[in-house]
Design a protein around this ligand. Structure first.
Ligand SMILES: *Cc1c(COP(=O)(O)O)cnc(C)c1O
Length: 400
């Protein structure tokens, strides 16, 4: 094979519809905690596909499962059962409070399904109630309905007219939430930790209050666990930690460990789709379901989640030391979905410098860094990343 010429490769970007500003590098391979670019420069990756690569880059178990399933059966079509679809459904239901699952290809599509199910349930059980309460700064996806549900201020003026029927309320404000409920309200939808907003956890009392409101007003609680699910917060699901009582949960990101699969899970009591209401060509395809089952099995293995808790505590301790040295702000989050306030430092500027130094970070806000490493992260790698980050902060300080 000819060596990859940097210029000719990156010139091809003109063939892509520009949708975001990407750095002038092209990733070629990944291995565990590391990514390698076209010049074979190595990066410690604490973005991991946006909190997606549960087991890091290209783990053996995913490679083996993909190869095995690809040789066996790739696509019988959505109108037939297949073995991985059935086995993954059982695995997810047996390890959660839910009874049934619908597989999708993205988190947004899973949330679309949740909104559709809630509306259907409202038609059947609540005189056509259809409104869904969602929260300021929330993120639920980029389809038209999920953008309409999303509480990001920058989405508000886009692609008008939006899908109607979403009422936005301040997060962690129970009084405002109750005040927003009317006869047409059918559900409350939230992230237990708002990921894209900058890793903002729900208060336990707020969640307990939502459980009560849903009982009192006969509403469905929808937990969007696309970012928090599958061990990211140290438990298999965040609803367990937050003592939430959702009727519907959506999963995505970490569920596939890097391959596109997402899911909507429900209790039997709210199961109300008639045949033909919901579907999709690739939904429940064996290739993605087999890989997802392998990933979930790893997360369920003895000791895996304990290690996530352990390394999370270690990570937080190291971040506290950084906070003291550089006068950073508070640490937020659970498990390996963490964020830190960057104090007088610009978070996007840290991200740029860190990438130069071989560390991939995300800045969800101008004043915050978010950490979403592989759940297989070790204490040793935490030290490596924190040392790089400290070096970057020192450099930026020196430049001022
Ligand atoms: C990423 C994300 C989504 C959207 O998932 P896609 O797979 O990008 O469609 C929805 N909700 C939350 C909380 C997310 O973090």
């Amino acid at each position: 094979m000819k060596s990859i010429s940097e210029n000719s490769l990156l010139a091809k970007q003109n063939y892509l519809i520009p949708i975001t500003k990407r750095p002038e590098i092209c990733f070629v391979r990944g291995e565990g905690d590391y990514l390698y670019d076209q010049n074979d420069k190595r990066y410690l990756d604490w973005i991991q596909g946006w909190a997606v690569n549960t087991l890091g880059h290209s783990p053996q178990v995913m490679q083996k499962t993909l190869m095995h399933q690809a040789a066996l059966l790739i696509n019988p079509g959505p109108a037939f059962y297949n073995q991985p679809m059935l086995e993954l459904a059982e695995l997810l239901c047996e390890n959660s409070k839910f009874d049934e699952v619908f597989f999708t290809n993205s988190g947004a599509e899973a949330n679309e399904g949740a909104i559709k199910l809630a509306r259907k349930w409202g038609q059947k059980n609540k005189q056509g109630a259809f409104k869904v309460i969602t929260f300021d700064h929330s993120f639920h996806g980029r389809t038209l309905a999920t953008m309409s549900a999303t509480g990001k201020k920058t989405f508000a003026p886009l692609f008008e007219p939006k899908v109607s029927g979403f009422t936005k309320v301040a997060y962690n404000d129970l009084t405002a939430t109750e005040a927003a409920i009317d006869d047409q309200t059918v559900a409350i939808m939230l992230e237990l930790i708002q990921g894209e907003a900058g890793v903002i956890p729900a208060d336990l009392a707020f969640v307990a209050g939502l459980n009560t409101l849903c009982r009192k007003h006969n509403l469905l609680l929808i937990a969007d666990e696309v970012q928090t699910g599958i061990g990211r917060t140290g438990n298999l699901f965040a609803y367990q930690q937050f003592q939430a009582e959702p009727h519907i949960m959506t999963l995505g990101k970490g569920l596939g460990g890097g391959v596109p699969i997402a899911a909507m899970m429900i209790g039997k009591a709210v199961s109300c789709f008639d045949h033909g209401d919901q579907g999709g060509t690739y939904n429940g395809n064996p290739l993605m379901c087999a890989v997802s089952a392998a990933v979930v099995q790893e997360v369920l293995a003895e000791g895996f989640l304990n290690q996530v808790h352990r390394v999370s505590r270690y990570f937080c301790k190291q971040l506290e030391l950084l906070t003291e040295e550089f006068e950073l702000g508070a640490i937020r989050g659970e498990g390996l979905l963490l964020a830190i306030n960057t104090g007088q430092f610009s978070a996007p500027s840290i991200v740029e410098h860190a990438r130069e130094a071989g560390l991939l970070l995300n800045a969800p806000r101008d004043d915050s860094l978010r950490f979403m490493p592989a759940l297989t992260l070790t204490e040793e790698r935490v030290d490596e990343g924190i040392a790089l980050l400290a070096e970057v902060l020192r450099t930026i300080q020196g430049d001022d």
